[in-house]
Design a binder for this molecule. Structure first.
Ligand code: NAD
Length: 261
């Protein structure tokens, strides 16, 4: 229970990687503020099950991270309702795929707002409280696409490279405040975000999802398997631990060798 007494806000934690991280932090004793979209009944079930399974406080707030005032508000709500905000995991994200010249402007704006600007607004709101306690962990979920590019993902790749840059700046500024700031850069993780891409690819190629899963991995990852949300959760737990006290400003690939080749 390395994180007992700590409070974590994990954005976009009703699904996929964020949920994996929230579960892993709760398993180590952290109280959790959940966030993200979904069916109200299912989210309440998830909230109460997490609280019962790990005997920690779990709250939920449905802030829309594309709105700067709602990002600041969920940070404040975490501090008021759970007493602190020690671990901020900026995870919420969306994807859209199209060539640059056809990329819809509204999708560009939405991806930049949720995948990049919300990271800035979240850090900005959380840092004063962490500085006051002289302890904090900021974990920004970037992507292998924060380090390398793929076609048809102009907004996503631009936003994720931006997340890596913002992570480095905050890490340098906070280096002597007891606060570390790192980016996790996953390769392929089989979440709804990737499932949609697989379904679109299968439709376009006249194949099926299992075929496209194999092709997707072969295109970019030497290791032909998906990273799991549990593995990313384990990395977030390590970055939150005392053992990681001097790891800061790092984009950490967890990607089956994607960016190594
Ligand atoms: P997902 O679609 O399963 O989960 C996304 C979460 O973000 C959901 O909880 C959703 O409700 C929430 N969300 C979306 N828009 C929101 C908004 N405006 N306000 C608040 N919450 C919002 O996707 P995922 O694959 O788990 O992605 C999580 C993060 O990991 C994203 O930042 C994504 O870019 C990143 N990532 C994913 C992969 C992958 O292969 N799945 C790889 C690298 C990075």
């Amino acid at each position: 229970m390395a994180l007992k007494g700590k409070v974590a806000l994990v954005t976009g934690s009703t699904s996929g990687i964020g949920l994996g991280i929230a579960r892993a932090l709760a398993a180590e004793g952290a109280d959790i503020m959940l966030n993200g979209f979904g069916d109200a009944g299912e989210i309440e079930k998830l909230r109460s099950e997490l609280a019962a399974e790990f005997k920690v406080k779990v709250e939920y707030d449905g802030a829309d991270l594309s709105k700067p005032d709602q990002v600041a508000a969920i940070v404040k709500k975490t501090q008021v309702d759970l007493g602190s905000l020690d671990i901020l995991v900026n995870n919420a994200g969306i994807q859209f795929v199209a060539p640059v010249e056809e990329f819809p402007e509204a999708k560009w704006e939405a991806i930049l707002a949720i995948n990049l600007s919300a990271v800035f607004y979240g850090m900005k709101a959380a840092i004063p409280g962490m500085k006051a306690k002289k302890w904090g962990r900021i974990i920004n979920i970037a992507s292998a696409h924060g380090l390398v590019a793929s076609p048809h993902k102009v907004a996503y790749v631009a936003a994720k490279h931006g997340v890596v840059g913002a992570t480095k700046v905050a890490a340098i500024e906070l280096a002597n405040d007891g606060i570390t700031v790192n980016a996790i850069c996953p390769g392929w993780v089989l979440t709804p975000l990737v499932q949609h891409q697989l379904e679109d690819r299968a439709k376009e190629a006249g194949t099926d999802v299992p075929t496209e899963e194999k092709k997707m991995l072969q295109e970019t990852q030497p290791m032909l398997k998906f990273t799991t949300p549990e593995e990313i959760g384990a990395l977030a737990v390590f970055l939150s631990s005392d053992g990681a006290a001097t790891i800061t400003g790092v984009p950490l690939p967890i990607d089956g060798g994607w960016v190594a080749h």
